[in-house]
Design a protein around this ligand. Sequence first.
Ligand SMILES: [Fe+2]
Length: 297
Amino acid sequence: MVQRLGYVALNVADIDIAIEDACTVAGLRVVEREKGRALLSSNRRHAELILYASNSDSVRSIGLQAHNADAVATVRHRAEQAGLTVLSERPSLPCIDRSVTFATSEGHIFEVHTPIPLTQPVRHTGPGIRPRCLDHVNLSSRDSEAISNELETVLGLRQSERTTGHEIVWMRAADNRHHTVATVKGPSGLHHFSWEFASFDDFKRLGDTLDAQGRFLVWGPGRHGAGDNLFAYYIDRSGFLVECIAEMEVIEDENHQARIADPGENLSNPKVVNRWGALPPRLWTEHFVPFAPLITA
Ligand SMILES: [Fe+2]
């Protein structure tokens, strides 16, 4: 039912700094700016990163793009059947035709919506690295097994891979990329969100851009075992952990059985977490940002 990641919506304490950072580091451009809200995109989609001016930095919602209105209605039905709270059926943006917003049992908020319109030019100029697209989110969950079960049941996501103790579960959507939503054990919230880049050369520019601003990469570059993607992580100026990836595995086998990987103690198995060797620092393993309770009209 869910085709791909739609958007990430964040509440930010300083929206001007958040916009500046998204444009000068990741390389997004502003599509719409109005009082209290900005829509940014890296490609033809009308919105990928949505920033809301707020008192503090928190996650507002994760948008998942469904194929059509029928799929949205099915998600609504399944969410109710699963005993989850349906928060709204009012789309969060004027450019969204139909949607349903629900909360997982740990308070992660998802809006499953009809496709975001393609209103923008294919490419743009300007600063920053400039991604191809918003790629995936990795939740932080107290019970990764339970949350992944909810998301598989309600959204039709399929498990691509997990670790032996469900420390991390990776799930794919209909576009068959290894993961569109993953969840790692920790306090309930968002661990990181991710942009896909065209090539490894972009990672060099990312490191140099951060260095020129007196900042640094949190982890990477490296290659994850799960998903086989190249990765590098940084923390943006609002405190969100941002991953930059390339070369994500695509699972074309309809009969794919979820792989089960031994992560080692505290994610110490390099062949799962980073095939090139360097293990995640505490800044990565302990990171999360909570979801804000959604206030619906
Ligand atoms: Fe990731």
